[in-house]
Ligand binder design. Structure first.
Ligand SMILES: [Zn+2]
Ligand SMILES: [Zn+2]
Length: 92
């Protein structure tokens, strides 16, 4: 069974609201890419995080959303699509 993130694959845009001000969040990319790029010294924390979330959030892709009003980022779990969801999308 194929599971892929529709946001990473450019099928849909990230539409999430900031939990604090309910403003729209900008997509600042995948969480793991972000840590690789900007936080080379966070390896231990990162490993802990990825272990914890991979169990809890199976078939979810973690993205970072940035709120321009609060000036803070939020971790967003995007549900990955399976073949049925992809077929439905392609059929529209
Ligand atoms: Zn993704
Ligand atoms: Zn906000």
């Amino acid at each position: 069974m194929v599971h892929l993130c529709p946001v990473c694959n450019g099928l849909i845009a990230l539409h999430e609201e900031c939990p604090y001000c309910v403003g729209p969040l900008d997509d600042s990319g995948r969480l793991y890419d972000y840590y690789e790029k900007y936080s080379p010294y966070r390896e231990i924390d990162d490993a802990k995080l990825s272990n914890g979330v991979s169990d809890a959030l199976h078939h979810h892709c973690l993205h970072l959303g940035w709120c321009t009003q609060c000036n803070r980022e939020h971790v967003l779990a995007v549900e990955e699509w399976d073949e049925a969801a992809l077929f439905f999308y392609a059929d529209k």
